[in-house]
Design a protein around this ligand. Structure first.
Ligand code: GUN
Length: 280
């Protein structure tokens, strides 16, 4: 499954719609500390914004920033009308309460879809701003016409960023969903039953060819650095058994950025009141 090509089409569509909008669209990114991977992700998000005609506002804070200072910045961004989307890159330094920061973001500007209000709407089947990676996976499944109604889906990983929201989105499409995690017994047996398998663990090659049902759709969310190379959670030889598979790199990763841009456009529409946000 070519995530790069689909992401490019989504980005072009977002750029067209941003150009047609008669109000500005701006994304604030906040990076705290010096995690090199996070710095790369944020840089990519900013350049993608620029390309789509979305104004980027970047804030880089030192690793010793206090929670109070970070909450102060979030409050400023909430009040700034030029900023229609806010993204605080995770993980944050340990002394900062991540949940408190996420809760402080105005839900209508929460382009990550991590705020409890947006997570709650997703649970209730009334999706608003969806976390970008799961939203990108659903877009790929739609593009490749993967049949989900009644299909057995296995999600490996239970994070708030990927595992839980993708499980809910698959459920919303009437898949029979199982969530597996580090305490799951006999993962192999569950995997062999899965028509759709989502691997979001962060362990290189943990899903092997032998675990897959022949013809299964395999979504690899892993980004693991092994001997200078980026590899996924799914072993390379899995493609011989899978029906459809997302490569790493070039599968889910590009879709995440594309969906962030789509969310930023959607958030701008909420604020312009051309689209109704459920909280009013
Ligand atoms: N860290 C890893 N993935 C993400 C993401 O999707 N959003 C944010 N804000 N931080 C992340």
């Amino acid at each position: 499954m070519d995530g790069k090509a689909l992401a490019q089409r989504v980005r072009e569509q977002v750029a067209r719609e941003v150009a047609e909008l008669d109000h500005p669209v701006g994304l604030a990114t906040v990076l705290v500390g010096e995690d090199p991977a996070s710095a790369v992700y944020v840089r990519n998000k900013q350049s993608a914004c620029r390309e789509a005609g979305i104004e980027p506002f970047h804030h880089e804070l030192s690793a010793d920033t206090t929670q109070h200072e970070l909450l102060g910045l979030v409050a400023e961004l909430n009040a700034d009308e030029r900023v229609t989307g806010i993204l605080v890159q995770l993980p944050l330094p340990e002394v900062i309460d991540e949940d408190a920061v996420i809760r402080a973001i105005d839900p209508v500007k929460d382009v990550d879809g991590f705020h409890p209000a947006n997570a709650g709407f997703l649970v209730q089947g009334r999706p608003t701003l969806l976390p970008a990676t799961p939203a990108g996976i659903m877009e790929l499944l739609r593009e490749y016409k993967v049949s989900l109604s009644g299909a057995r889906a296995l999600v490996i990983g239970r994070s708030n960023i990927v595992g839980k929201p993708i499980a809910l989105l698959l459920l919303g499409e009437s898949a029979t969903v199982t969530i597996a995690h580090s305490r799951t017994r006999d993962l192999e047996a569950l995997a062999r039953e899965a028509d759709v398998l989502v691997a979001a663990v962060g362990r290189a090659g943990m899903v092997t060819q032998e675990m897959l049902k022949p013809g299964a759709t395999v979504i690899d969310v892993g980004i693991n650095r092994v001997e200078g190379r980026v590899v996924g959670d799914v072993a390379e030889d899995a493609r011989e058994v899978a029906g459809l598979l997302t490569p790493v790199p070039g599968g889910v990763g590009p879709m995440t950025i594309a969906m962030l841009l789509k969310n930023t456009l959607q958030a701008a529409r909420y604020q312009a009141r051309t689209l109704a946000f459920p909280l009013g």
